[in-house]
Ligand binder design. Structure first.
Ligand code: NAD
Ligand code: ZN
Length: 375
């Protein structure tokens, strides 16, 4: 590690990355140049990165031309290669998880225990990537489909040096997002009945969060019947496929639960499912949390749903403050209190990133981990 630091610190690194040149096209494995970290920045050697549906959303749905070319990827773990001026909390050799949601620790949102919506969170630093003489944009301030990336120190969590990076990379997005949406945002109560819509890694982590919070019944909902077995592993007590019913799914759940569930979580990213999840909640106290990602459409609901006492909320990164809370989630995994391995259905290399994207597009994986560099 020390030798590598001596060799590359302060210099441009030429390395391999998967570049998305334009929307809706396969990524291209290219040689990119990664500039050294500037003030308050950290250059990270990515060891492992997984593919999350938000990467697909950016590539296939959020297709503004001005978002391209870009390097996608935001669920990863790696090792600090070098640090820029002003960085004191991190040093070369530290094991880290990059954060797509920064935590500056100084703004009014960071100072409040009620939210993780740091004011600096969506102010991403200038990209340090170039390829074929062109600037390549960073995605979510992270860009982990690359052997190296540069991230602001506000967006880095230092983790246990013993943590296996090819596993805990999932804590960088999907696991915290779903688990936290249940325990931090919905605040699922012991003995309650829950419904989770969408059983990708995010939804399965939400099921795991409901179970950890003591829910007595957890109804897993997905249109893909292949997800049923996996949902049981994380604690689901029932599985419902909306396609097996001619009635609306909210009515099916209402009949199963004497009027609706106490908590519902939408982990799909569809405005129609968001509405169904809200309508599946019981009147009076039901809480529905939007976790799925979309910003392309408005949603609609009948006001009476809320007037009758339901609460509709949203959640980013499960409400976790990344720098403070991610190390604890890694520890929970190391202490065998949090499942992580069970989410990983495929292991591949960075060169196979398009295969990993295809698997997710067709619902054939939970998480594919791309092994980028040796640990
Ligand atoms: P995924 O593609 O692995 O899983 C989505 C699941 O939803 C699939 O199993 C699919 O079969 C199911 N589904 C599709 N339509 C459905 C329907 N009508 N009813 C029920 N189930 C349906 O995706 P993922 O990586 O688990 O991500 C899930 C969502 O969470 C995405 O929208 C993603 O962008 C979002 N996300 C949000 C945050 C956040 O901070 N809020 C973070 C990460 C991901
Ligand atoms: Zn993600």
């Amino acid at each position: 590690m020390f030798a590598a630091k001596m060799a590359t610190a302060g210099k441009v690194i030429k390395c391999k990355a998967a570049v998305a040149w334009e929307p809706n096209k396969p990524l291209v494995i290219e040689e990119v140049e990664v500039a050294p970290p500037q003030a308050n920045e950290i250059r990270i050697k990515i060891v492992a990165t997984a593919v999350c549906h938000t990467d697909l959303h950016q590539l296939l749905e959020n297709t503004h031309e001005d978002c391209f070319p870009t390097v996608l990827g935001h669920e990863a773990a790696g090792i600090v290669e070098s640090v820029g001026p002003g960085v004191t909390e991190y040093k070369p050799g530290d094991k880290v998880i990059p954060l797509f949601l920064a935590q500056c620790r100084e703004c009014r949102f960071c100072k409040s225990p009620r939210t993780n919506q740091c004011d600096k969170a969506w102010l991403f630093p200038e990209s340090r990537f170039t390829c074929r003489g062109k600037k390549v944009l960073q995605f979510s301030g992270t860009s982990t489909f690359s052997e190296y990336t540069v991230v602001n120190q506000m967006a880095v969590a230092k983790i246990d040096p013993a943590a296996p990076l090819d596993k805990v990379c999932l804590i960088g997005c999907g696991i915290c997002t779903g688990y936290g949406a249940a325990v931090n945002t919905a605040k699922v109560e012991s003995g309650s009945t829950c419904a989770v819509f969408g059983l990708g890694a995010v939804g399965l982590a939400a099921v795991m969060g409901c179970q950890a919070a003591g829910a007595k019944r957890i109804i897993a909902v997905d249109i893909n019947p292949e997800k049923a077995e996996k949902a049981k592993v994380f604690g689901a007590t029932d599985f419902v496929n909306p396609k097996d019913h001619s009635k609306p799914i909210s009515q099916v759940l209402s009949e199963m639960t004497d009027g609706g569930v106490d908590f519902s979580l939408e982990c799909v990213g569809s405005v129609a499912v968001m509405r169904s999840a809200l309508e599946s909640c019981v009147k009076g106290w039901g809480v529905s949390v939007i976790v799925g990602w979309t910003d392309l459409e408005d949603f609609s609901a009948r006001p009476l749903q809320l007037i009758a006492g339901r609460t509709w909320k949203g959640s980013v990164f499960g409400g976790f403050k990344g720098r403070d809370d991610v190390p604890g989630m890694v520890k929970a995994y190391m202490d065998k209190k949090l499942k992580v391995d069970e989410f990983i259905t495929h292991n591949m290399t960075l060169d196979q990133v398009n295969d990993a994207i295809e698997l997710m597009k067709h619902g054939k994986c939970i998480r594919t981990v791309l092994n980028v560099s040796p640990q």
